[in-house]
Design a protein around this ligand. Structure first.
Ligand SMILES: NC(=O)c1ccc[n+]([C@@H]2O[C@H](COP(=O)([O-])OP(=O)(O)OC[C@H]3O[C@@H](n4cnc5c(N)ncnc54)[C@H](OP(=O)(O)O)[C@@H]3O)[C@@H](O)[C@H]2O)c1
Length: 262
């Protein structure tokens, strides 16, 4: 008996492929999305044999309107879908001025526009059914955009902010939102970013398996923001508390005293 279908973007490798494996292990059917059809089919074949679930593959470029529209149509019409995992993305280690602006625009298309549009496609269907889960893969760069390329950091800050707002808007609808902020994770991400993970201090680099297993423990506990590599969870709590404390003070008709001329 299937537990419902999980749609994973960027499922042909790395974190997305592990999410697919773990949800298949929980008895979910899968829809796997990425560009490389052969790699997707290899992942699908392995998971069908290992877990006996139904796996469909959709080879689509999510920076392209046609590819995105195909996945949006599936999310809007397939009533078996219980989970959307917005995971596909890429990064760069290049300093802003050294990075190609066209490459940066493609990064915004996959890291920002794709999860935004796929969420817009899934939410009406999920709220109509009164259930559903959206997992957005951000990054620790969301709160530290200085760490890697700034457009990458900004794109992941978008994912965090979008998720925070989405969670508020969907409260009481039965739809769950989780945002996951991985630290350095040992995947092909780093080859694409121009800095292979083998060049990083190994004590920083988590395996994709450990990352996803920890994130799923967070999901099962009803956690909204999950940062698997942050050892002291209270640090996130303190940061969030400081943000909440400042929120009521951020609009005022008069400039603060420090901005008044003497
Ligand atoms: N690894 C890390 O250290 C790290 C840290 C923080 C956050 N993250 C985030 O984790 C997510 C997954 O990355 P990963 O580490 O697992 O890297 P990865 O192994 O390179 O996986 C990226 C996935 O996205 C797919 N993808 C890339 N461009 C696409 C496009 N235009 N259309 C459709 N699919 C596309 C890739 O497949 P195809 O090439 O076949 O399309 C692949 O399946 C990303 O959002 C990344 O920003 C990673």
């Amino acid at each position: 008996m299937t537990q419902g279908t999980v749609l994973v973007t960027g499922a042909s490798s790395g974190i997305g492929a592990v999410y697919a494996d773990r949800f298949a292990g929980r008895g979910h059917d899968l829809i796997l999305v990425a560009r490389n059809a052969a790699r997707l089919e290899a992942v699908a074949d392995r998971l069908r044999r290992r877990h006996g679930v139904a796996v469909r593959t959709v080879a689509a470029d999510l920076t392209d309107r046609t590819g995105l529209a195909a996945v949006e149509a599936i999310l809007a019409s397939d009533a078996s879908i219980t989970h959307l995992i917005n995971n596909a993305g890429f990064g760069s280690a290049a300093p802003l001025a050294a990075a190609s602006v066209d490459e940066m625009e493609r990064m915004i298309a996959i890291n920002v526009t794709a999860p935004m549009r796929l969420t817009y496609a899934a939410v009406p269907a999920f709220t109509a059914r009164g259930k559903g889960t959206i997992i957005n893969i951000a990054s620790i760069a969301a709160i530290g955009p200085e760490v890697l390329n700034g457009v990458y950091g900004g794109s992941k800050s978008f994912v965090l902010g979008f998720s925070q707002s989405l969670r508020k808007d969907l409260a009481g609808t039965g739809v769950t939102v989780q945002v996951v902020l991985p630290g350095a994770t040992g995947t092909e991400f780093w080859d694409v970013a121009g800095l292979p993970a083998s060049h990083l201090p190994q004590e920083w680099v988590m395996s994709a398996e450990d990352l996803v297993d920890a994130a799923l423990i967070g999901l099962d506990r009803g956690e909204f923001a999950t940062v698997p590599s942050l050892q002291e969870g209270e640090e996130w709590g303190a940061w969030e508390a400081a943000r909440q404390a400042m929120l009521p003070h951020l609009s005022n008709a008069v400039p603060a005293a420090r901005y008044r001329s003497a």
